[in-house]
Ligand binder design. Structure first.
Ligand code: 5AD
Ligand code: SF4
Length: 493
């Protein structure tokens, strides 16, 4: 895939002081410049506001929190998307409908440029790493103010400053750099839980997937950095962390920096890291996303077994139940190996909740292949399955293979959904009537009388209670099962 640099950054920045060359000092410098600019240009005496709109996965959500942290330091205040003076879209391109959604949003925003002279639109994230997307933005969405990619998120203050100074569109999309710059001071959506990146990128090259092309090669952060981040989060009130990576099982295969821990341990991988995270006092729940079935080790299962802090939930994407399709997908496991892994997990961790991702309509998928997928769904007994229709991604090997007709895919998708819902419903019903520990997250958006909390299994429960419980662990009796969520009531404690 084309990795050429797309950039129109000017040579001359019109600043009187020397600009630091190292990070994060350089961006700290631009944060100060932006702040001065914003203070001088307050909109009718009120502070300018921002919204970061996230598409896609947990990684993107976490990147958005980092950008929100930077924008707050600049002096913007957060507002709903409809009211904000600056809207940044953190995009996803894993399926074509993510792209379509962004273009739809952009079309709606154009009139706001006329209504508000301060109004600005920024685009970043995975979709922007594709040169054809940037070309389309340039030609059809010329009202977009600035564009950047997945490798230069930390440069938001500098790019924003240039946009404010130059009064023209700023575009900077880079190829994969040697070093990753961390952004400190993320603004979390919830004060009590947070994602923590343990690695970036992916080396698996599943033949349908665009991620390795837009997020680059796998790079693991050192255990020192990760553990010190988690400790700092705990000191800041976090009790639940989600360790994030495209394939957490290959953590440690290549480290980005020197690490004392790695040097002293012949084999330091994800199980060791997970174990070390669990030892941090004050942390109550540890989750991780996403393990690849091809290399989920017994060592990992043992670490989960001995650490009650690790939530009893595994998201184990199967993608397809057919060995032949899995081979074409380059998943590197067979149907039998996957089912054997599920069995090993269930034996060691009988109370675990399993969830998965399933794709329908991968090139060449036959009815027999599809029946294998249904068979795995029935046998693996998932608590929940995220189902997707295969989407052709330009530049991936599968895009060149023979595609399955749309009507056939739709029909299989509907049949899959029926089997998935039935089996998920049955599975979730096992907790009905039980009292479980729940981390209270928020008011229920649909029904403000109710709170929303999460079980260890990552399922959601709605129940009555007051705001003081938000961020607390409480006991909730699950009174009703509604497929993918529960209704409940606070148990006396
Ligand atoms: N089409 C459809 N679904 C996809 N996914 C990844 N790439 C594609 C694609 N081209 C799904 C996989 C993955 C999840 C995050 O998105 O199921 O596990
Ligand atoms: Fe994509 Fe496969 Fe990497 Fe997941 S493991 S990000 S599906 S290439």
């Amino acid at each position: 895939m084309d990795q050429r640099i797309i950039s129109n950054i000017p040579e001359d920045y019109h600043v009187s002081e020397p600009i630091p060359v190292t990070e994060p000092e350089r961006q700290d410098f631009f944060i100060r410049l932006c702040r001065n600019y914003i203070e001088r240009n307050q909109a009718e005496g009120r502070r300018l506001s921002y919204a970061v709109v996230t598409f896609g996965c947990q990684m993107n959500a976490h990147d958005s929190d980092r950008m929100r942290g930077l924008l707050e330091r600049i002096g913007y205040e957060e507002a709903p998307e409809k009211e904000a003076d600056l809207v940044i879209f953190n995009t996803c391109t894993v399926r074509e409908n993510a792209n379509t959604k962004l273009y739809g949003h952009l079309g709606q925003l154009k009139p706001r440029k006329k209504e508000n002279r301060n109004f600005m639109i920024g685009l970043c994230g995975c979709m922007m790493q594709q040169p054809e997307v940037v070309e389309k933005i340039k030609s059809s969405y010329s009202f977009v103010d600035f564009v950047f990619g997945t490798y230069n998120l930390h440069r938001l203050p500098e790019l924003l400053y240039l946009r404010l100074q130059e009064n023209r569109r700023i575009i900077e999309v880079l190829p994969e750099p040697k070093e990753h710059v961390e952004i400190k001071g993320a603004k979390r959506k919830y004060p009590f839980k947070s994602g923590v990146n343990i690695m970036y990128g992916c080396n698996n090259f599943c033949t349908y997937c665009i991620v390795p092309y837009v997020r680059g090669r796998e790079r693991s952060r050192t255990p020192e950095d990760i553990l010190s981040d988690v400790k700092a989060l705990v000191e800041d009130g976090v009790t639940e962390v989600m360790l994030l990576g495209q394939n957490v099982n290959s953590y440690g295969t290549n480290f980005m920096e020197e690490s004392q821990i790695i040097k002293n341990e012949p084999e330091y991988g994800f199980p060791e890291l997970l174990d070390a995270v669990c030892q941090i006092p004050g942390l109550r729940r540890v989750r991780f996303m996403t393990p690849h079935p091809k290399d989920l080790s017994d060592r990992l299962i043992r670490v989960i077994q001995k650490n009650p802090k690790v939530c009893r939930h595994l998201h184990l994407p199967v993608q397809s139940g057919s060995t032949e399709v899995l081979r074409k997908m380059n998943r590197r496991y067979t149907k039998e190996q996957y089912l054997a892994l599920v069995e090993r997990i269930r034996e060691a961790l009988p109370d675990i909740s399993l969830t998965t991702d399933i794709m329908i309509g991968f090139p060449g998928e036959t009815e027999e292949d599809f029946q294998d997928t249904l068979d795995v769904v029935r046998r693996a007994k998932y608590d929940q399955a995220f189902t997707f229709i295969y989407s052709k991604r330009t530049g991936t090997p599968a895009a060149e293979m023979e595609q399955v007709p749309e009507e056939v895919v739709k029909d299989r998708f509907d049949r899959l959904l029926a089997v998935v819902s039935e089996s998920a419903h049955k599975r979730c019903a096992r907790f009905a009537g039980q009292t479980v520990t729940v981390l209270v997250e928020d008011r229920n958006e649909q029904d403000p009388d109710q709170l929303t909390g999460r079980l260890e299994t990552n399922m959601v429960v709605h129940f009555r209670g007051d705001d003081s419980l938000i961020g607390q662990y409480v006991q909730v009796k699950l009174t009703e099962v509604h497929g993918f969520y529960y209704s409940g009531e606070l148990a006396d404690s």
